[in-house]
Design a binder for this molecule. Structure first.
Ligand SMILES: *Cc1c(COP(=O)(O)O)cnc(C)c1O
Length: 486
C-alpha cells in the first residue's frame, strides 16, 4: 500500500493530491465519539462497541482514500453517523432471529422444529428468571433429582415404570447403548439401519457408544428366525429403530414388536425401541395419520423406548427414555448421563408441554405443533386468498405474478415420511428470466425484518401458509412494503 508520504515525495498528480486532502479531512476516533449525534449510540450500544465500530469505519475510509475511491460526502458528519448507526444495528441483531417458516415442512429441523405453546414459554421464562427447585426436594429439603420433575408425567402418559431425560434423542440412544451394551452385541434389522439428517447414522452411533452392531435379516425382509439365530451369549439388546424418514415398500417383511418382545424375554435380554418421533397420543383422533406411540411399544413388550421432545411431541429439544425401572436406573448411573443432561429451561418447557397432554380434548388448540398440523385446508386457503392481494401489491414492480394454489405440506423431522397434508400456497412465478429472478426474490424475502423462508419448486417461489398463524398475519403483511423498494 502506498502511504501519503510516498505520494508526496513522488510528486504525485492531482488524484493523489485529492486523496491526501481527504486523509486530512478524516476525523479522529475521539472527535467522532464527541459528536452529539454519537452520544445516543453510545448510550444504546456502550462506549466500547461504538469505539470499535468507529475504528473499523475510519479504517475502511482511510483505505478508500488511498485507493482513490473515497467521495468527500462520505466524510460528512451525518453520513458517518448514519453509517455508524447501521454498523452497530447490524452487529447487535440477534443471529438466532425469528423467521416465517413457509417451507411447507412443519417440523423443520433447520428452523428449530416444534414451536412451543404459550404455556411452555411462560414456564421457561419463569425458570430463567428466578432460582427454581431443579434438584431440590421441597418436601424434605434434601437433594432432588432433575428427572423427577417430569418422570411422573411421562409415566402417566406412556404407562412406563420410570423415565429419564437427556439433551436429544440421539443422546438418549448413545446413552442407552453405552449403559446396556458396552462391548456387546446389539441386534438390529438390516432394513432399519437409519440415517437421520445431520449425521445420526445407526451404525456410527453404535460404534461410538461402544456397542457392536449385529445386522439381522435383509434390507427388505427380516423374519423372527433371523433374530433367533443371531441371538447368542454376546447379545446385549434387541433393538428396533423406527424408520422415521423413509418407507420400505413392496416385497417386505419385518418382525412385529410383540414377537421381538417375546423373543427378547425368552432370551433374557432387553428389547429397546428407538421411536424417533413418538407422539404421546393417537394422532388419528385429530385426523392425522397414525404414528406409533411409546405406550404402544411398551405394551407390545419393549423394555425401553426413546423419542425426541421437539418432533411430534411439540416440546423443547430433548431425548426421552421411558421403560423398566431397573434399566432406567442403570442408565442414570452411567457417567454419560451427567454429560448429556438437560438444563432447567428444557425441563420447564417439557413439563408444561406434557401437562397439556393430560387434556387431549383441547390438545389440538393448545399445542402449537399439533394446531399447525391439524389446520384445515379451507382455513389455509382463505388466508392465502386474503394475502395474495397485499403480496401482489408489494411485488407490483417485480416481473412476477402471484397466484394461490393447492399444495401438500409435510410433517418433517422424519415423522410420517410418506404422508402429506393438503394445504395452500402463495405462488410467485417470474414472468421472465426465471432462474435469476427467483434467486433475487428469494434473497429479498430472506432480507425482510422477519425473514420469509419459502421453497422454490417448478420454476416458482412457493409460500405454504400452513405455518403462518393468523395472529402473525398482520406482522407478515406489514413488512411486505420493504419488497416495494427492492
Ligand atoms: C430424529 C430421530 C433421531 C434423532 O433424534 P434427535 O432428537 O434429533 O437427536 C434418532 N432416531 C430416530 C429414529 C429419529 O427419527
Amino acid at each position: 500500500m502506498q502511504t501519503v508520504a510516498d505520494q508526496d515525495t513522488a510528486g504525485a498528480g492531482p488524484a493523489a493530491q485529492a486523496a491526501s486532502n481527504l486523509f486530512a479531512l478524516l476525523p479522529s476516533v475521539d472527535r467522532v465519539l464527541g459528536w452529539p449525534g454519537v452520544a445516543v449510540l453510545i448510550e444504546g450500544h456502550g462506549r466500547a462497541q461504538v469505539t470499535d465500530a468507529v475504528r473499523e469505519i475510519l479504517s475502511t475510509l482511510r483505505q478508500a482514500a488511498a485507493d482513490g475511491s473515497l467521495a468527500p460526502r462520505q466524510l460528512a458528519e451525518s453520513a458517518l453517523i448514519d453509517r455508524l448507526a447501521s454498523t452497530l444495528a447490524e452487529r447487535d441483531a440477534p443471529r438466532l432471529c425469528p423467521v416465517f417458516n413457509l417451507t411447507g415442512t412443519v417440523l423443520h429441523t433447520n428452523l428449530g422444529r416444534a414451536t412451543l405453546p404459550e404455556e411452555a414459554i411462560a414456564a421457561l421464562v419463569d425458570a430463567a428468571r428466578s432460582p427454581c427447585a431443579l434438584e431440590y426436594d421441597l418436601a424434605t429439603g434434601g437433594r432432588g433429582d432433575r428427572d423427577d420433575i417430569v418422570e411422573g408425567l411421562l409415566c402417566e402418559l406412556t404407562g412406563a415404570e420410570a423415565a429419564s431425560v437427556v439433551n436429544n434423542n440421539a443422546a438418549a440412544v448413545v446413552l442407552l447403548l453405552n449403559a446396556l451394551a458396552l462391548r456387546r452385541e446389539v441386534l438390529v434389522c438390516r432394513g432399519e439401519l437409519v440415517e437421520i439428517g445431520g449425521a445420526f447414522r445407526v451404525p456410527d452411533i453404535m460404534r461410538r457408544a461402544g456397542a457392536k452392531l449385529r445386522e439381522v435379516g435383509t434390507t427388505n425382509r427380516t423374519h423372527l428366525k433371523d433374530f433367533e439365530e443371531a441371538i447368542g451369549p454376546r447379545t446385549a439388546l434387541l433393538m428396533k429403530v423406527h424408520t422415521s424418514n423413509y418407507a420400505i415398500e413392496g416385497f417386505t417383511k419385518s418382525v412385529p414388536e410383540p414377537e421381538l418382545g417375546a423373543l427378547a424375554r425368552r432370551a433374557g435380554v432387553p428389547f429397546v425401541v428407538d421411536l424417533g418421533s413418538g407422539t404421546l397420543v393417537d394422532l388419528e383422533r385429530y385426523g392425522l395419520p397414525h404414528e406409533p406411540t411409546p405406550r404402544e411399544s411398551l405394551g407390545a413388550g419393549a423394555d425401553l423406548v426413546t423419542f425426541s421432545g421437539d418432533k411430534l411431541l411439540g416440546g423443547p429439544q430433548a431425548g426421552i427414555l421411558v421403560g423398566r425401572a431397573a434399566l432406567i436406573q442403570r442408565i442414570k448411573k452411567n457417567p454419560l448421563k451427567r454429560a448429556l443432561r438437560v438444563g432447567k429451561l428444557t425441563l420447564a418447557a417439557l413439563e408444561a408441554v406434557l401437562r397439556l397432554y393430560r387434556d387431549p380434548d383441547r390438545l389440538a388448540e393448545r399445542l402449537t405443533a399439533l394446531r399447525l398440523l391439524t389446520r384445515s385446508d379451507r382455513d389455509i386457503r382463505a388466508q392465502a386468498l386474503r394475502l395474495a392481494e397485499p403480496l401482489g401489491r408489494a411485488l407490483a414492480h417485480w416481473p412476477v405474478q402471484v397466484t394461490v394454489e393447492p399444495t401438500l405440506s409435510q410433517i418433517g423431522s422424519g415423522s410420517l415420511p410418506v404422508d402429506r397434508l393438503p394445504s395452500h400456497a402463495l405462488v410467485i412465478t417470474p414472468t421472465r428470466r426465471r432462474g435469476a429472478g427467483l434467486k433475487r426474490l428469494q434473497a429479498a424475502l430472506r432480507d425482510l425484518p422477519t425473514p420469509v423462508i419459502g421453497r422454490i419448486a417448478d420454476g416458482a417461489m412457493r409460500l405454504d401458509l400452513r405455518c403462518l398463524p393468523v395472529e402473525r398475519e398482520d406482522n407478515f403483511v406489514r413488512q411486505l412494503s420493504a419488497l416495494t423498494d427492492h
